[in-house]
Design a protein around this ligand. Structure first.
Ligand code: ATR
Length: 277
Protein backbone atom coordinates (compact mmCIF):
# COMPACT_ATOMS: atom_id res chain seq x y z
CA UNK A 1 0.00 0.00 0.00
CA UNK A 2 1.19 3.48 -0.82
CA UNK A 3 1.13 5.51 2.47
CA UNK A 4 -0.26 8.56 0.69
CA UNK A 5 -3.32 6.65 -0.50
CA UNK A 6 -6.59 7.12 1.38
CA UNK A 7 -8.31 3.80 2.07
CA UNK A 8 -11.94 2.83 1.50
CA UNK A 9 -13.70 -0.53 1.73
CA UNK A 10 -16.94 -2.21 0.77
CA UNK A 11 -18.32 -4.30 3.62
CA UNK A 12 -20.72 -7.20 3.17
CA UNK A 13 -21.31 -10.90 3.61
CA UNK A 14 -20.89 -12.33 1.02
CA UNK A 15 -18.66 -9.77 -0.67
CA UNK A 16 -16.46 -11.57 -3.22
CA UNK A 17 -18.69 -10.67 -6.19
CA UNK A 18 -18.94 -6.97 -5.37
CA UNK A 19 -18.19 -4.74 -8.35
CA UNK A 20 -17.56 -1.72 -6.12
CA UNK A 21 -13.74 -2.08 -6.02
CA UNK A 22 -13.61 -2.14 -9.84
CA UNK A 23 -15.95 0.86 -10.10
CA UNK A 24 -14.18 3.03 -7.51
CA UNK A 25 -10.74 2.13 -8.87
CA UNK A 26 -11.89 3.36 -12.30
CA UNK A 27 -13.32 6.55 -10.76
CA UNK A 28 -10.02 7.16 -8.91
CA UNK A 29 -7.94 6.70 -12.07
CA UNK A 30 -10.24 8.99 -14.02
CA UNK A 31 -10.21 11.79 -11.43
CA UNK A 32 -6.56 11.22 -10.40
CA UNK A 33 -7.42 10.59 -6.78
CA UNK A 34 -4.87 8.59 -4.77
CA UNK A 35 -7.00 5.99 -3.06
CA UNK A 36 -7.15 2.28 -2.37
CA UNK A 37 -10.55 0.56 -2.34
CA UNK A 38 -10.89 -3.03 -1.11
CA UNK A 39 -13.47 -5.67 -0.23
CA UNK A 40 -14.01 -6.53 3.43
CA UNK A 41 -15.83 -9.71 4.39
CA UNK A 42 -17.33 -9.29 7.86
CA UNK A 43 -18.88 -12.00 10.07
CA UNK A 44 -22.64 -11.63 10.46
CA UNK A 45 -22.21 -10.54 14.11
CA UNK A 46 -19.02 -8.57 13.49
CA UNK A 47 -20.16 -5.33 11.87
CA UNK A 48 -19.71 -2.89 14.78
CA UNK A 49 -16.28 -4.29 15.68
CA UNK A 50 -15.21 -4.05 12.03
CA UNK A 51 -16.23 -0.39 11.85
CA UNK A 52 -14.31 0.43 15.04
CA UNK A 53 -11.23 -1.24 13.55
CA UNK A 54 -11.58 0.68 10.30
CA UNK A 55 -11.90 4.01 12.11
CA UNK A 56 -8.92 3.20 14.35
CA UNK A 57 -6.78 2.27 11.37
CA UNK A 58 -7.50 5.51 9.53
CA UNK A 59 -9.77 4.20 6.78
CA UNK A 60 -11.72 7.17 5.36
CA UNK A 61 -15.02 5.60 4.41
CA UNK A 62 -17.00 2.52 3.49
CA UNK A 63 -19.74 1.29 1.25
CA UNK A 64 -22.08 -1.10 3.01
CA UNK A 65 -24.02 -3.84 1.30
CA UNK A 66 -26.20 -6.78 2.34
CA UNK A 67 -26.88 -7.66 5.08
CA UNK A 68 -25.42 -4.68 6.98
CA UNK A 69 -27.29 -1.58 5.70
CA UNK A 70 -29.42 -1.46 8.84
CA UNK A 71 -26.40 -1.93 11.12
CA UNK A 72 -24.71 0.94 9.28
CA UNK A 73 -27.79 3.09 9.89
CA UNK A 74 -27.54 2.39 13.63
CA UNK A 75 -23.81 2.96 13.96
CA UNK A 76 -23.86 6.33 12.15
CA UNK A 77 -23.52 9.35 14.45
CA UNK A 78 -24.89 11.68 11.74
CA UNK A 79 -27.50 10.74 9.13
CA UNK A 80 -28.40 12.49 5.87
CA UNK A 81 -32.15 13.11 5.35
CA UNK A 82 -32.24 10.52 2.58
CA UNK A 83 -30.55 7.92 4.81
CA UNK A 84 -33.08 8.70 7.52
CA UNK A 85 -35.96 8.29 5.06
CA UNK A 86 -34.48 5.07 3.67
CA UNK A 87 -33.94 3.66 7.17
CA UNK A 88 -30.71 2.24 5.79
CA UNK A 89 -27.18 3.37 5.01
CA UNK A 90 -24.99 2.28 2.08
CA UNK A 91 -22.24 4.90 2.49
CA UNK A 92 -20.21 5.79 5.57
CA UNK A 93 -17.70 8.60 5.85
CA UNK A 94 -15.34 8.69 8.83
CA UNK A 95 -14.47 12.28 9.65
CA UNK A 96 -13.51 14.18 12.83
CA UNK A 97 -14.73 11.46 15.21
CA UNK A 98 -18.03 11.34 13.35
CA UNK A 99 -19.49 8.44 11.40
CA UNK A 100 -21.56 10.09 8.69
CA UNK A 101 -24.24 7.82 7.17
CA UNK A 102 -25.76 8.45 3.76
CA UNK A 103 -27.87 6.45 1.33
CA UNK A 104 -27.04 6.94 -2.34
CA UNK A 105 -29.16 4.11 -3.76
CA UNK A 106 -32.25 6.20 -4.49
CA UNK A 107 -30.44 9.11 -6.05
CA UNK A 108 -28.47 6.57 -8.11
CA UNK A 109 -31.72 5.10 -9.42
CA UNK A 110 -33.18 8.52 -10.20
CA UNK A 111 -30.03 9.68 -12.01
CA UNK A 112 -29.93 6.50 -14.06
CA UNK A 113 -33.54 6.97 -15.16
CA UNK A 114 -33.55 10.75 -15.63
CA UNK A 115 -30.02 11.49 -16.86
CA UNK A 116 -28.82 8.25 -18.46
CA UNK A 117 -32.09 6.92 -19.87
CA UNK A 118 -33.46 10.44 -20.46
CA UNK A 119 -36.87 9.71 -18.89
CA UNK A 120 -38.34 12.61 -16.91
CA UNK A 121 -40.25 11.53 -13.81
CA UNK A 122 -41.99 14.84 -13.32
CA UNK A 123 -45.80 14.63 -13.58
CA UNK A 124 -45.55 10.92 -14.39
CA UNK A 125 -47.56 8.09 -12.92
CA UNK A 126 -45.04 5.78 -11.22
CA UNK A 127 -45.55 2.25 -9.91
CA UNK A 128 -42.98 0.95 -7.42
CA UNK A 129 -43.11 -2.82 -6.91
CA UNK A 130 -41.89 -4.12 -3.54
CA UNK A 131 -41.85 -2.89 0.04
CA UNK A 132 -38.52 -4.21 1.35
CA UNK A 133 -35.27 -2.33 1.89
CA UNK A 134 -34.67 -1.76 -1.82
CA UNK A 135 -38.06 -0.07 -2.29
CA UNK A 136 -37.86 1.99 0.87
CA UNK A 137 -34.45 3.34 -0.11
CA UNK A 138 -35.74 4.97 -3.29
CA UNK A 139 -39.06 6.51 -2.21
CA UNK A 140 -37.81 9.93 -1.07
CA UNK A 141 -35.63 10.54 -4.17
CA UNK A 142 -38.56 9.46 -6.39
CA UNK A 143 -40.92 11.87 -4.60
CA UNK A 144 -38.36 14.64 -5.02
CA UNK A 145 -38.82 14.38 -8.80
CA UNK A 146 -42.46 15.48 -8.32
CA UNK A 147 -44.28 12.70 -10.16
CA UNK A 148 -48.06 13.05 -10.55
CA UNK A 149 -48.51 9.91 -8.47
CA UNK A 150 -46.46 7.19 -6.80
CA UNK A 151 -48.15 3.87 -6.06
CA UNK A 152 -46.28 1.32 -3.94
CA UNK A 153 -47.53 -2.20 -4.58
CA UNK A 154 -46.43 -5.29 -2.74
CA UNK A 155 -47.35 -8.97 -2.67
CA UNK A 156 -47.94 -8.50 1.06
CA UNK A 157 -50.02 -5.31 0.94
CA UNK A 158 -49.67 -4.57 4.66
CA UNK A 159 -45.94 -3.96 4.21
CA UNK A 160 -46.64 -1.36 1.51
CA UNK A 161 -49.19 0.32 3.80
CA UNK A 162 -46.68 0.37 6.68
CA UNK A 163 -44.12 2.04 4.43
CA UNK A 164 -46.56 4.80 3.48
CA UNK A 165 -46.92 6.02 7.04
CA UNK A 166 -43.26 7.14 6.99
CA UNK A 167 -43.75 9.41 3.98
CA UNK A 168 -46.92 11.32 4.83
CA UNK A 169 -47.03 15.06 4.41
CA UNK A 170 -45.55 15.04 0.91
CA UNK A 171 -47.36 16.91 -1.87
CA UNK A 172 -47.20 13.96 -4.30
CA UNK A 173 -50.21 11.58 -4.34
CA UNK A 174 -48.84 8.50 -2.62
CA UNK A 175 -50.74 5.25 -2.06
CA UNK A 176 -50.27 1.56 -1.32
CA UNK A 177 -51.87 -1.32 -3.18
CA UNK A 178 -51.90 -5.05 -3.60
CA UNK A 179 -50.87 -6.30 -7.04
CA UNK A 180 -54.45 -7.36 -7.80
CA UNK A 181 -56.00 -3.97 -6.98
CA UNK A 182 -53.75 -1.94 -9.29
CA UNK A 183 -55.55 -0.14 -12.10
CA UNK A 184 -54.93 2.30 -14.93
CA UNK A 185 -51.72 2.62 -16.91
CA UNK A 186 -48.36 3.68 -15.50
CA UNK A 187 -45.69 5.68 -17.33
CA UNK A 188 -42.90 4.16 -15.24
CA UNK A 189 -42.79 0.81 -13.41
CA UNK A 190 -39.83 0.06 -11.11
CA UNK A 191 -39.23 -3.46 -9.87
CA UNK A 192 -37.71 -3.25 -6.38
CA UNK A 193 -38.78 -6.77 -5.39
CA UNK A 194 -36.20 -9.51 -5.07
CA UNK A 195 -38.24 -11.70 -7.46
CA UNK A 196 -35.63 -11.44 -10.23
CA UNK A 197 -33.01 -13.02 -7.95
CA UNK A 198 -34.88 -16.31 -8.31
CA UNK A 199 -35.92 -15.58 -11.89
CA UNK A 200 -39.45 -14.87 -10.64
CA UNK A 201 -41.96 -12.30 -11.80
CA UNK A 202 -44.06 -9.98 -9.62
CA UNK A 203 -47.59 -11.06 -10.40
CA UNK A 204 -48.89 -7.86 -12.05
CA UNK A 205 -51.09 -7.48 -15.09
CA UNK A 206 -49.51 -6.33 -18.35
CA UNK A 207 -52.52 -4.03 -18.79
CA UNK A 208 -50.80 -1.71 -16.25
CA UNK A 209 -48.39 -0.42 -18.88
CA UNK A 210 -48.28 0.22 -22.60
CA UNK A 211 -45.78 0.58 -25.43
CA UNK A 212 -44.79 4.04 -24.20
CA UNK A 213 -44.08 2.90 -20.64
CA UNK A 214 -40.61 2.65 -19.16
CA UNK A 215 -39.92 -0.48 -17.09
CA UNK A 216 -36.92 -0.62 -14.73
CA UNK A 217 -35.59 -3.67 -12.90
CA UNK A 218 -33.13 -2.90 -10.10
CA UNK A 219 -31.45 -6.27 -10.75
CA UNK A 220 -28.90 -6.77 -13.51
CA UNK A 221 -26.98 -9.60 -15.08
CA UNK A 222 -25.50 -10.93 -18.30
CA UNK A 223 -29.00 -11.27 -19.74
CA UNK A 224 -32.20 -9.22 -19.25
CA UNK A 225 -34.19 -10.41 -16.25
CA UNK A 226 -37.36 -12.43 -16.73
CA UNK A 227 -39.35 -9.31 -15.76
CA UNK A 228 -37.58 -7.21 -18.40
CA UNK A 229 -38.15 -9.86 -21.08
CA UNK A 230 -41.82 -10.07 -20.18
CA UNK A 231 -42.25 -6.27 -20.35
CA UNK A 232 -40.22 -5.99 -23.59
CA UNK A 233 -42.52 -8.61 -25.16
CA UNK A 234 -45.34 -6.15 -24.42
CA UNK A 235 -43.34 -3.47 -26.30
CA UNK A 236 -42.35 -1.42 -23.23
CA UNK A 237 -38.89 0.18 -23.02
CA UNK A 238 -36.84 -1.73 -20.43
CA UNK A 239 -33.64 -1.08 -18.47
CA UNK A 240 -31.76 -3.07 -15.82
CA UNK A 241 -30.11 -1.84 -12.62
CA UNK A 242 -26.47 -1.72 -13.75
CA UNK A 243 -26.64 2.05 -14.20
CA UNK A 244 -28.11 2.44 -10.69
CA UNK A 245 -25.11 0.51 -9.33
CA UNK A 246 -22.64 2.83 -11.06
CA UNK A 247 -24.56 6.01 -10.17
CA UNK A 248 -24.89 5.17 -6.46
CA UNK A 249 -21.14 4.55 -6.45
CA UNK A 250 -20.48 7.92 -8.12
CA UNK A 251 -22.57 9.64 -5.48
CA UNK A 252 -20.57 7.94 -2.70
CA UNK A 253 -17.32 8.88 -4.44
CA UNK A 254 -18.40 12.52 -4.61
CA UNK A 255 -19.36 12.50 -0.93
CA UNK A 256 -15.91 11.18 -0.01
CA UNK A 257 -13.70 13.01 -2.51
CA UNK A 258 -15.62 16.14 -3.50
CA UNK A 259 -15.34 15.35 -7.23
CA UNK A 260 -17.90 13.79 -9.50
CA UNK A 261 -16.60 11.04 -11.79
CA UNK A 262 -17.88 10.49 -15.32
CA UNK A 263 -20.04 7.36 -15.04
CA UNK A 264 -20.53 6.61 -18.76
CA UNK A 265 -17.16 4.93 -19.47
CA UNK A 266 -17.36 2.89 -16.26
CA UNK A 267 -20.90 1.76 -17.11
CA UNK A 268 -19.74 0.75 -20.60
CA UNK A 269 -16.79 -1.21 -19.17
CA UNK A 270 -18.98 -3.09 -16.68
CA UNK A 271 -21.56 -3.85 -19.34
CA UNK A 272 -18.97 -5.33 -21.65
CA UNK A 273 -17.47 -7.39 -18.79
CA UNK A 274 -20.96 -8.69 -17.95
CA UNK A 275 -21.82 -9.68 -21.50
CA UNK A 276 -18.32 -10.98 -22.46
CA UNK A 277 -16.91 -12.39 -19.20
P1 ATR B 1 -34.78 -6.07 -0.24
O1 ATR B 1 -34.00 -5.48 0.87
O2 ATR B 1 -33.95 -6.54 -1.41
O3 ATR B 1 -35.89 -5.20 -0.68
P2 ATR B 1 -36.54 -7.72 1.34
O4 ATR B 1 -36.61 -6.70 2.41
O5 ATR B 1 -36.40 -9.17 1.68
O6 ATR B 1 -35.35 -7.45 0.32
O7 ATR B 1 -37.83 -7.53 0.40
C1 ATR B 1 -38.08 -8.34 -0.70
C2 ATR B 1 -39.22 -7.74 -1.49
O8 ATR B 1 -39.41 -8.51 -2.68
C3 ATR B 1 -40.54 -7.78 -0.75
O9 ATR B 1 -41.30 -6.66 -1.17
C4 ATR B 1 -41.14 -9.09 -1.26
O10 ATR B 1 -42.55 -9.14 -1.15
P3 ATR B 1 -43.25 -9.64 0.24
O11 ATR B 1 -43.13 -8.47 1.19
O12 ATR B 1 -44.65 -9.94 -0.13
O13 ATR B 1 -42.47 -10.83 0.69
C5 ATR B 1 -40.74 -9.03 -2.68
N1 ATR B 1 -40.72 -10.31 -3.40
C6 ATR B 1 -39.81 -11.30 -3.31
N2 ATR B 1 -40.10 -12.30 -4.17
C7 ATR B 1 -41.23 -11.93 -4.83
C8 ATR B 1 -42.01 -12.52 -5.87
N3 ATR B 1 -41.71 -13.72 -6.40
N4 ATR B 1 -43.09 -11.83 -6.31
C9 ATR B 1 -43.39 -10.63 -5.80
N5 ATR B 1 -42.69 -10.01 -4.82
C10 ATR B 1 -41.62 -10.66 -4.35
Amino acid sequence: MNPTQDRYVVIGNPIEHSKSPAIHTQFALQTQQALLYERLLVALDGFDAAIKNLVASGVRGANVTLPFKLDAYHIATDLSPRARAAGAVNTLKFEDNKIIGDNTDGVGLVRDIVVNAGISLQSRRILLLGAGGAARGVILPLLSELPAELVIANRTVQKAQDLLTQFHGHSVALSASSFADLSGEFDVVINATSASLSDGLPNISSSLFNGKSFIYDMMYGAKPTHFMQWAADKKATVRDGLGMLVEQAAESFELWRGVRPDTAPVFALLRSQLTHP
